[in-house]
Design a protein around this ligand. Structure first.
Ligand code: NAG
Ligand code: NAG
Ligand code: NAG
Ligand code: NAG
Ligand code: NAG
Ligand code: NAG
Ligand code: NAG
Ligand code: NAG
Ligand code: NAG
Length: 329
């Protein structure tokens, strides 16, 4: 780590290279035009060369703003599914002498020596790191560190898109057909693959007769159609999307019920009704008997009270009984 030099600029290139690079920059003004006019940074020729090489890639620009009083690091998730030019900017607003602030960049725990810029305007210190992500190894976390009396950190997490399946199990019946779907927002996977479980191993879907992978309407979705469901078709399924910069997976649970199972709640309801009717009849009988023995109004009210308490108790218990029964399936 070095203190800020008088001349704000790149940390990477050797001092001898700098005038040469400046010459290059002067000789190639057309390339420098591509940079953001609002940026406080002057372009760096090396980066312009890099950008020219990958100029057909899109530019992803992200920033994090830190203040000296920030107690927590600031983190940002960035979703990326294809190669891109990346421009990361961290800015620190501080009342301190900016020259006493050390700036570093890291990918994970690894120090990034080259290619970042530092600039200051007023009491704001900017640092910018520019690079190109072309493969999955370059995904991960990039952090800027400002070291004054305590260390301040901003982190950019690069991830491939997340898939959306369903978080609840999909429930179907034997003999029916069902469709499992997976999608991701604004993504374009190279391809999709479906897996089912055989014990604890993932087996690619495709060999089984009753399963058919269907192309979605758009590249951002896929479906797996399963016809003539058997009980053994139940279990775990996964869809996996392959992106240029990695892959992403989602789990879907399929529950296949036999037709007896849906009848069970119905039978439970019938049993409840029978029970309820029996209890009411018994109560009625009991009340009539009591009434014959005594005409006391108070007593009658108490029994009336007792009766409604009883039936309430049953109504509260009954649905619970049903639930646990179906959960046990
Ligand atoms: C910044 O780095 C220099 C050199 O490594 C060191 O002497 C200085 O104490 C550091 N400053 C702070 C505030 O950490
Ligand atoms: C720093 O930013 C100012 C304006 O924001 C700009 O004029 C200056 O050229 C920049 N310096 C460097 C070294 O990028
Ligand atoms: C960008 O250009 C490079 C080489 O010029 C080429 O290999 C790559 O396929 C291009 N990418 C796109 C997305 O056009
Ligand atoms: C930082 O990014 C946000 C949007 O992500 C944008 O509105 C803002 O202008 C950016 N700030 C700077 C200093 O680039
Ligand atoms: C970033 O992603 C992680 C894990 O996916 C999540 O826990 C975190 O809340 C996300 N952060 C933001 C700022 O969205
Ligand atoms: C998938 O892509 C289509 C067309 O590009 C779009 O209309 C649709 O909203 C996308 N779906 C998701 C979940 O992003
Ligand atoms: C998906 O694409 C990768 C690379 O192009 C290939 O290795 C893999 O076999 C493909 N998978 C399917 C199911 O087509
Ligand atoms: C599941 O595994 C068993 C033994 O490991 C094997 O005999 C069977 O063919 C497999 N089933 C499928 C559908 O791959
Ligand atoms: C799905 O799409 C791929 C390529 O996009 C194509 O090769 C395949 O024939 C399609 N399958 C179906 C069932 O349409």
């Amino acid at each position: 780590m070095r203190a800020l030099p008088g001349l704000r600029g790149p940390r990477g290139p050797t001092p001898g290279l700098l005038p040469f690079l400046c010459l290059l920059a002067a000789a190639r003004p057309s390339l420098a035009d591509g940079s953001d006019p609002d940026s406080p940074f002057t372009s760096l020729p090396v980066r312009e060369e890099m950008m020219a090489k990958y100029s057909n890639l899109s530019l992803e620009s992200h920033n994090i703003s830190l203040t000296e009083h920030a107690s927590m690091p600031i983190e940002k998730n960035i979703t990326l599914d294809r190669p891109a030019n990346i421009q990361l900017t961290c800015q620190l607003t501080t009342s301190r002498d900016l020259n006493s602030v050390n700036v570093t960049w890291k990918k994970g725990d690894e120090l990034l020596e080259n290619n970042y810029l530092i600039n200051e305007t007023g009491n704001i210190l900017y640092t910018q790191y520019m690079f190109t992500i072309i493969n999955s190894k370059q995904m991960g976390s990039y952090s800027c560190f400002f070291q004054e009396e305590k260390e301040l950190r901003g982190t950019f997490h690069f991830k491939v898109p997340k898939l959306h399946g369903r978080n609840k199990p999909l429930i179907s019946y034997v003999g029916d057909s069902t469709v499992l779907t997976c999608k991701c927002e604004g993504c374009f996977p190279l391809n999709w693959t479906w897996y089912s479980s055989n014990g604890s191993v993932q087996v690619p879907v495709g060999v089984q007769k009753n399963k058919c992978v269907m192309n979605g309407t758009y590249a951002n979705e896929t479906s797996l159609k399963i016809t003539w469901l058997l009980e053994e078709d139940g279990g775990s399924y996964w869809c996996r999307a392959l992106f240029q910069l990695g892959e992403s997976e989602e789990h879907i649970e399929l529950v296949v019920l036999s037709y007896l199972v849906p009848l069970k709640p119905f039978l439970a309801i019938v049993a409840e009704v029978v029970l309820l009717v029996t209890v009411i009849l018994l109560c009625e009988k009991y009340t009539q008997k009591k009434q014959q023995h005594s005409d006391n109004e108070k007593e009658f009210e108490q029994i009336e009270q007792l009766k409604s308490d009883d039936s309430n108790g049953i109504e509260n218990n009954a649905p619970r009984l049903r639930k646990t029964e179906s959960a046990a399936q």
